[in-house]
Design a protein around this ligand. Structure first.
Ligand SMILES: [Zn+2]
Length: 124
């Protein structure tokens, strides 16, 4: 009978361990969710103060120092957006870049080239 009791105890312990693992996973997920809620609230507080400073208010020194980071970050975003716009803009046509094509082989050459770098023929 003692042997069966031991098996029962073992099974109970294994079930308990599994249940604890499930409970831990559930709680970890709840913590993650609550952390997101907390981050959201803190972000809203930040947005509230940023809006006030944007509107021209001067708040205490510590807040104003943090706000410098907001300005720096906004400037970076503006610069990178401008960079994207310049990448989207069509490239200047080839003739504007000061190049010509060899009439013998078609190789693109500098307008000042006297001989073709590819076929070696004198350029007209
Ligand atoms: Zn050529």
């Amino acid at each position: 009978m003692a042997f069966l009791d031991k098996i029962n105890d073992f099974a109970k312990t294994a079930t308990e361990k599994t249940n604890n693992a499930i409970e831990t996973t559930k709680l970890s997920a709840k913590i993650d969710s609550e952390q997101r809620t907390l981050n959201d609230i803190i972000r809203k507080i930040g947005e509230y103060y940023v809006a006030r400073i944007d509107a021209g208010e001067t708040l205490d020194e510590e807040v104003m120092a943090i706000y410098e980071g907001v300005l720096a970050s906004r400037n970076k975003i503006t610069e990178m957006r401008a960079e994207i716009e310049s990448l989207k803009a069509p490239k200047a046509p080839a003739e504007d870049s000061g190049s010509k094509f060899c009439p013998y082989c078609g190789k693109e050459l500098d307008v000042t080239a006297k001989f073709c770098l590819n076929c070696g023929k004198q350029q007209p």
